[in-house]
Design a protein around this ligand. Structure first.
Ligand SMILES: [Ca+2]
Length: 280
């Protein structure tokens, strides 16, 4: 009897540096071989092999090259590059991480100023500014948008602003303009009621002496009826005469400062009031 050495790996069946492992399987279903006068009975012996492939290959013979990008490991639009046993992702701007799975926190530098709230975007951020501030980083104060009209300088105070109106303009933004009167000019209205009057006038002047409202009965004697609102020495002066003599009221505060003032003169028969509001 002769024995023959046999190994399934002897033929180097594994490709691409795959490691071959022998597998010897014995089946115990007996096989009889007759050769008169001898009958040989033996189990079935099966010689096989397996290939242990490197990380780059698979298949029974390690014949298939593995593309590490086939499993699409790169996220968020990244490009995958196949390497030896690995992959590398080329991330789009705004992403990082092995698989580009991390959205970079663009708010980490705290770019929003003046209390603005930062919202992280992809490769960017957005600042939600508090009232009164503007700009990409909320860096601009309330005067940045030029809220003051008619050439008025804008003064910032935190999130608030103040317009320094030039003479003749008024309003929060100096958006209103008054009509100026030159010396001797006037506006004429219907005659006032003889018994009861309420006159409201808003004015701005730097003149310490000026006539605001004058109404009279057309007579020229000293007992003639009249209704007069004027500035004397910079103070509002209200006087009238309904035949019982002249009655006068004067404000204590000067109103010839160029700011806007509101004066309401009320007369009911011989009873009168003088109300003065100061806007500035
Ligand atoms: Ca981001």
């Amino acid at each position: 009897m002769e024995t023959i050495d046999f190994s399934a790996c002897d033929s180097y069946p594994c490709l691409n540096q795959g490691t071959c492992r022998n597998q010897h399987t014995v089946h115990f279903t007996p096989v009889a071989v007759e050769s008169v006068p001898v009958i040989l009975v033996a189990p079935v012996s099966e010689h096989a092999f397996t290939c242990e492939c490197g990380s780059e290959y698979n298949g029974q013979y390690c014949e298939n090259r593995i593309n590490q990008c086939d499993s699409e490991p790169c996220l968020n639009g990244a490009v995958c590059n196949d390497l030896v046993g690995d992959y590398a992702c080329q991330c789009l701007l705004g992403f990082t991480g092995k698989q580009c799975q991390i959205n970079i926190d663009d708010c980490s530098r705290s770019p929003c100023r003046n209390g603005g709230i930062c919202a992280d975007l992809i490769n960017g951020y957005r600042c939600e500014c508090l009232v009164g501030y503007s700009g990409d980083n909320c860096q601009d104060g309330p005067c940045a948008l030029n809220p003051c009209m008619n050439g008025a300088p804008c003064i910032e105070s935190g999130s608030e602003f103040t317009c320094q109106c030039p003479f003749g303009y008024w309003g929060t933004r100096c958006e209103f303009r008054s009509i100026g009167f030159s010396s001797g000019a006037f506006m004429e209205f219907a005659s006032l009621d003889q018994d009861e009057n309420s006159v409201i006038i808003e004015f701005s002047t730097t003149l310490p002496y000026s006539l605001l409202v004058y109404n009279h009965d057309g007579t020229t004697n000293k007992n003639g009826h009249f209704f007069l609102l004027e500035l004397k020495d910079g103070k509002a002066h209200f006087s009238f005469n309904l035949g019982a003599g002249q009655v006068s009221l004067t404000t204590e505060r000067r109103v010839d400062d160029g700011n806007w003032h509101r004066i309401q003169a009320i007369r009911k028969a011989q009873v009168s009031h003088l109300l003065c509001s100061f806007y500035n």
